[in-house]
Design a protein around this ligand. Structure first.
Ligand SMILES: NC(=O)c1ccc[n+]([C@@H]2O[C@H](COP(=O)([O-])OP(=O)(O)OC[C@H]3O[C@@H](n4cnc5c(N)ncnc54)[C@H](OP(=O)(O)O)[C@@H]3O)[C@@H](O)[C@H]2O)c1
Length: 289
């Protein structure tokens, strides 16, 4: 199997890197904060480099798992020559930007796929994520085995950008849904229901329960906002939805409102906390009524 480089060792990237290293395909890593890269390098015995472009010397497949549009474009635009290389871009970023970057990569002789992740950091550890892939079918075939090492399912959804459109429609629902759950929790408490009863409703009893409510409702009930998926990333994803909706002339009022709520919650200092900390916004606003 071809050797792989990994760029980005955040919550998701670190776990993806661990799986690649355990599968014996990871040859080199890069992370902006050098300390994280050094720690990973010592733990897994994988070489680390100090510039994104340096990974190209040791690998033909480059996986990027970065925070947002700025991070991904700044890293990918630092690659000089990409002949024979395939970039698997796994971050959740704007589909429009991703298509533009794929064109730039192809002008430098390489290929790029968008391959965003559906699933949590825990699911990455258990290799239970789903990966939604957009790009040319022959590029997908070349890297499919690598993606299968990381996931429960790999779904090819179409040309460049389509993996990301499939991802943002998922997060449109997830962001709006968890904001609604937080709203229901707040109303339930005001009415005198116990946190335990509301938790049971959304984990066991209600037909609206889901894997997402089963994961986040216990955290909301305990005010445990330890980060699985940072609130700033959910706000970012809903901003992408709004930008794409504007471009496509689609109507997205529910996720627009949810995005504003996450933004307001960030102003209270919850940017780095889990996105279920949206419950704090309701708690704080309700206290003042
Ligand atoms: N967490 C989840 O449950 C989850 C689930 C599905 C999808 N995603 C998506 O996956 C992506 C990564 O998420 P995450 O939770 O791993 O994020 P994270 O923990 O915040 O990690 C972000 C990574 O991007 C790097 N980075 C940020 N800005 C950069 C820049 N300007 N130049 C170079 N590197 C930069 C960070 O480097 P430093 O270490 O130097 O800060 C870090 O390695 C996001 O797009 C997110 O929306 C996350």
């Amino acid at each position: 199997m071809e050797k792989v480089a990994l760029i980005g060792l955040g919550v998701m990237g670190h776990r993806i890197g661990a799986n690649l290293a355990k599968s014996g395909v990871l040859s080199v890593i890069y992370n902006r904060s050098v300390e994280k890269a050094k720690r990973f390098s010592e733990q897994f015995g994988v070489k680390c480099v100090e510039h994104p472009n340096d990974v190209l010397k040791s690998a033909d497949i480059i996986i990027t798992v970065l925070s947002d549009d700025d991070a991904v474009s700044s890293v990918i635009r630092q690659f000089h020559e990409l002949k024979g290389k395939t970039v698997i871009e796994m971050s959740t970023i704007s589909p429009t930007l991703s298509v533009e970057l794929a064109r730039e990569v192809s002008e430098k002789g390489g290929a790029m796929l968008d391959a965003p992740i559906v699933g949590t950091s825990l699911m990455v550890e258990k290799r239970e994520i789903t990966i939604l892939v957009g790009g040319a079918p022959q590029d997908f075939e070349r890297v499919k085995r690598i993606l299968e090492l990381l996931s429960r399912s790999v779904v090819y959804v179409g040309q460049n950008g389509m993996g990301l459109y499939a991802k943002i429609v998922t997060n449109l629902v997830l962001g709006s849904y968890i904001a609604s759950i937080a709203e229901a929790f707040s109303l339930g408490l005001k009415a005198g229901l116990s946190a335990q009863v509301i938790e049971r409703i959304f984990t066991e009893l209600s037909s609206t329960r889901s894997p997402a409510s089963q994961l986040k409702m216990p955290k909301i009930a305990k005010a445990d906002y330890s980060t699985q998926f940072a609130l700033k990333h959910m706000r970012k994803d809903l901003e992408i939805v709004q930008r794409e909706a504007q471009r496509l002339k689609a109507i997205t009022p529910i996720s627009d409102l949810a995005m504003q709520l996450y933004r307001a919650c960030e102003s209270l200092g919850y940017s780095e906390e889990d996105f279920c900390s949206i419950a704090e916004l309701y708690k704080r606003l309700s206290q003042t009524l």
